[in-house]
Design a protein around this ligand. Structure first.
Ligand SMILES: [Ca+2]
Ligand SMILES: [Ca+2]
Length: 475
């Protein structure tokens, strides 16, 4: 069911003007300690360092001002319960995105919200000879392959106090669907060059760009806007899962900004700062439609200290009561292979369902996936409604926001994030564990044709909303 025309894949890295990167100076280490430990006193004998808390009381940034880096690392590694890594690049990957132009004559189809079985599902194959997609066959979609959203909205449409943090490519701030659903910092005066709310971020009105250390979160790629629309889009003709919730965009990847000077994706410290920011601004849910790639020397496994500290960061957030949702990834990988952050125990990992009520062929699958949600042909918001893509990328103000179909687990995860938003709106005292249990409980979810793959059930927002399950100790 790929589009036949007007497809544009954006994979490249955008490199633009100059911006001094503060990161280059001095060696930065990121240290996680599972127990309160005055390690900086111990380091005093080894080197001249400065220690700054980065996240909670467990993760610190250690800057080596003078002294031997190896000696510092060795000393830290010798301490029990301590993990240390240099502040390395953190290669992460969102999925390439399918743009379908607005003049493509296709009616909006919100099968993912409610599927009456009337839509035809086109199976297409790329024909290399004519450089087009051929329709191989058409199949009727399956009634009930949806998230049962309209009925859920008769119970709950979200509370504006519920904020969903979106770590992605930013947001189209001019899109009508977000005029009422983008988080606005009430204590910050825009564009006055002053950090009015004294949170460490100057003029952070609608989120923060941790790649450039600036308040510019305008989406020049599209991915973040499409993800955010699924969560909380709210305008005539298009409602996301939790239309009265707020989305709070943060950017951590330099590829997603015009101010990039580096091909380096992001740093571990940027991610940790971003989740700390989201939590401090009051996000109750964080959506992560990306996967950790690791690098060729060190894959993103649980042996890699970068992965370990990434996980430790998410654990801090979980303890603060933040619901973590992650896309399962689009490699179509089978079985045992795990991808992070989806495969971490404390994230709700989301695989992609298609309108035939079975696994989308690109979706990773495995027993580590908690739930499925629609992820193929997802009609949602996007920043670009006109066609001069090349020009648009260099001139993000010159566009008309619109809608398009998107494929990927990237768009399944935000359905679960939005559902978590409805739950927390309706049951404000739910813990992340309660939300996880409620959304994934067999009686609250839909049967999926598993076709030999692990039999994971799919999101049914209405069922979850009317059947809360509490697994945590009460407050
Ligand atoms: Ca501020
Ligand atoms: Ca200000």
């Amino acid at each position: 069911m790929k589009s036949l025309k007007g497809i544009l894949f954006i994979v490249g890295v955008l490199v633009f003007s100059t911006l001094k990167i503060a990161h280059a100076e001095g060696v930065l280490l990121i240290v996680h300690t599972s127990q309160a430990l005055a390690f900086h006193n111990i380091l005093r004998n080894v080197a001249h360092v400065s220690v700054t808390p980065l996240l909670g009381d467990e993760i610190f940034e250690v800057k080596i001002l003078s002294g031997n880096k190896e000696a510092v690392i060795e000393t830290l590694q010798s301490l029990e319960g301590v993990t240390v890594t240099e502040d390395l690049p953190l290669p992460i990957q969102t999925q390439e995105i399918e743009f379908i132009s607005m003049d493509t004559p296709r009616p909006a189809n919100l099968w993912w919200q409610k599927n009456d079985g009337s839509i035809k599902y086109k199976v297409v194959k790329y024909n290399d000879k004519i450089k087009k997609f051929d329709i191989v066959r058409e199949i009727q979609s399956v009634r009930g392959a949806d998230i049962n959203l309209p009925l859920a909205h008769s119970v709950e449409r979200g509370d504006p106090s519920i904020i969903v943090g979106v770590i992605d490519s930013g947001l189209s701030l001019v899109h009508p669907a977000f005029q009422n659903s983008v988080y606005t910092n009430p204590f910050e005066i825009p564009e006055n060059g002053i950090d009015d709310d004294n949170n460490g971020y100057v003029d952070d009105i609608h989120g923060w760009n941790f790649a450039t250390n600036s308040p510019h979160v305008t989406d020049i790629v599209g991915h973040g806007t499409s993800v955010s629309g699924v969560i909380a889009g709210n305008t005539k003709g298009f409602q996301g899962v939790c239309p009265n919730c707020k989305v709070l965009p943060v950017i951590i990847q330099k590829e997603y900004t015009q101010e990039s000077t580096s091909t380096t994706s992001t740093y571990l410290s940027s991610f940790l700062r971003a989740i700390d920011y989201l939590s401090r601004q009051g996000a109750r849910i964080i959506n992560m439609s990306f996967i950790l790639l690791g690098d060729k020397d060190k894959p993103a496994t649980l042996e890699n200290p970068v992965t370990i500290i990434f996980y430790a960061g998410l654990r801090v957030l979980e303890k603060q009561g933040v619901v973590l949702v992650a896309a399962a990834g689009n490699e179509g990988q089978n079985g045992n292979s795990t991808v992070y952050p989806a495969a971490f125990r404390n994230t709700i990992s989301v695989g992609a369902l298609n309108p035939l009520n079975t696994w989308a062929d690109f979706s990773n699958f495995g027993n580590w996936i908690d739930i499925m949600a629609p992820g193929e042909e997802i009609w949602t918001t996007q920043p670009f409604g006109i066609i001069n893509w090349h020009k648009l990328l260099f001139d993000p103000d010159n566009y008309v926001p619109g809608y398009s179909y998107q494929d990927g687990t990237s768009f399944a995860a935000p359905m679960v994030a939005g559902a978590a938003g409805l739950l927390l709106s309706h049951y404000p005292r739910m813990t992340p564990q309660d939300v996880h249990a409620t959304l994934t409980h067999p009686s609250n979810t839909n049967y999926v044709r598993s076709l030999g793959k692990p039999n994971v059930r799919s999101l049914n927002v209405y069922r979850a909303l009317v059947n809360p399950i509490y697994v945590s100790e009460s407050f």
